[in-house]
Ligand binder design. Structure first.
Ligand code: FAD
Ligand code: PYC
Length: 415
């Protein structure tokens, strides 16, 4: 089908009856070379790079709900690589570079908007820490700059930069390449290309267990039947401990709800992504004009994917400290996703204690920005049975050796 203006108009009038499906919906086969669990961004990207970079196409991707229905479709779409340690900087900047070429690579517009990511300092201490982060980023080859309060006031005129507010602004750390990307498009773009390369995407297919013999995975049990395979990639975000439990190992993870909110749409008022450690609030404005914002994790571990009222109240209070003129804006909706948090705020990507089983998890509140690199490196790890160099430091082994990478400050959200 050609995407001419006339065709778009005709399809709009006829209920999209001739609209081509973006990906196939095949029957599940009895065996595959690789099974990927989880149809979020990380699982879909893994399947895509396995097919594209490693020539493995006899793959099933199984998703218990619908593609992107987990955190990939629930996040606030911020992409950035302003991390502190060299290992994280290398990984997240690789992710951002892949994002920069992703619309072309997937031939699908992911609406990447590099409008700048600005973290605000509200005390001398914040400013010193941000100076350190800025220096670290530059040393790691990631462009960044510090901004004064005056420069910030000019860049974000709607922000209250006066000295009389509860959290006066002392300056900020800017990554100009940071920004936002359309989250659904990332999932759909990877799905479309993975499917075109031969990956079988199976929705409404829940993994319920594994057959493991002599320490090696032999089959995945699902709500649609057993799939025989020697290689399994796990990318299930908020339910990693549940799947690990089915395979007989434990992860150093606690799972919390993280909420987000959108306002009614408004005319353009904010063209930079802002994050403020003092209140934990972050905010951007979507292309539709909605304010998209959120703050800290809920305070207690839970799998209840809805969030609670006290965090909502704190978030709105923090937002109004920054933007008193938003006080009459109406909130449109609220939602939550479950985030798997590791105590050093760094993900786990690599081999598991079960041979042939590989995992990508523990992104906490910040794995959307990681999707292209998470998929790329997990695909390499599965194809070679050897961790990609970028994720060697993110291995499961680090909890034995003690080589933790504490990125709590860079996570932006209180962890
Ligand atoms: P998901 O997209 O959650 O995919 C995992 C999939 O696994 C799900 O679809 C689920 O249904 C499936 N699954 C689970 N169990 C099974 C099973 N037994 N069988 C089959 N399938 C199963 N990150 C950022 O970088 N920037 C942000 O601005 C940002 N904002 C966020 C805001 C909120 C409110 C939340 C909740 C998260 C935010 N994040 C952000 C984090 C980010 O969304 C996640 O880290 C990322 O989307 C994880 O992707 P994923 O593919 O691993 O997981
Ligand atoms: O990692 O940038 C991030 C983020 C913003 C909101 C939630 N996570």
């Amino acid at each position: 089908m050609r995407y001419s203006a006339l065709n778009l108009f005709r399809e709009g009038l006829t209920g999209h009856k001739n609209w081509p499906h973006a990906w196939r919906s095949p029957e599940l086969k009895k065996s595959y070379d690789v099974v990927i669990i989880g149809g979020g961004g990380h699982g879909l990207a893994t399947a895509y790079y396995l097919a594209k970079n490693h020539g493995l196409t006899n793959i099933a991707l199984v998703e218990r709900g619908w593609l992107g229905g987990g955190n990939t479709g629930r996040n606030t779409t911020i992409v950035r690589s302003n991390y502190f340690f060299p290992e994280s900087a290398a990984f997240y900047d690789f992710a951002l570079k892949l994002y920069e070429g992703l619309s072309t690579d997937l031939n699908y517009n992911i609406m990447l908007s590099q409008r700048g990511m600005l973290s605000l300092a509200h005390s001398e201490h914040d400013l010193e820490m941000m100076n350190r982060s800025c220096n670290a980023m530059q040393l790691n080859g990631v462009p960044a700059k510090m901004m004064t309060a005056e420069e910030i006031g000019k860049r974000v005129p709607s922000l209250d930069v006066s000295k009389s507010v509860r959290y006066p602004i002392w300056g900020g750390l800017m990554q100009e390449r940071g920004g936002v990307a359309r989250h659904d498009a990332v999932a759909w773009g990877y799905a479309r290309q993975a499917s075109a390369l031969g990956v079988d995407i199976i929705q409404n297919c829940e993994v319920t267990g594994f057959d493991i013999e002599g320490g090696r995975v032999k089959a995945v049990k699902t709500s649609q039947g057993t799939i025989h395979t020697e290689k399994v990639g796990i990318a299930v975000a908020g339910h990693s401990s549940v799947i690990a439990g089915m395979a007989g190992f434990r992860l150093p993870i606690r799972s919390y709800a993280l909420q987000a909110f959108v306002s009614e749409p408004m005319k353009p008022v904010l063209d930079t992504v802002l994050m403020t450690p003092a209140t934990g609030v972050y905010i951007s404005q979507s292309d539709k004009g909605e304010l998209v914002f959120g703050a800290a994790l809920d305070l207690y571990a839970s799998y209840a994917q809805r969030g609670n009222l006290p965090v909502l109240e704190d978030t709105v209070a923090g937002l109004l400290q920054m933007f008193p003129n938003f006080s009459r804006v109406r909130m449109l909706r609220q939602w939550a996703g479950i985030c798997d948090v590791v105590h050093d705020s760094t993900a786990i990507v690599g081999k598991t204690p079960v041979d042939g089983m590989y995992i990508n998890c523990g992104w906490g509140t910040g794995g959307f920005k990681a999707i292209p690199a998470g998929g790329y490196t997990l695909a390499h790890t599965i194809a070679h049975d050897d961790p990609h160099p970028l994720v060697k430091p993110f291995s499961f082994e680090r909890f034995k050796t003690g080589a933790l990478i504490d990125e709590a400050a860079a996570s932006g959200i209180a962890h």
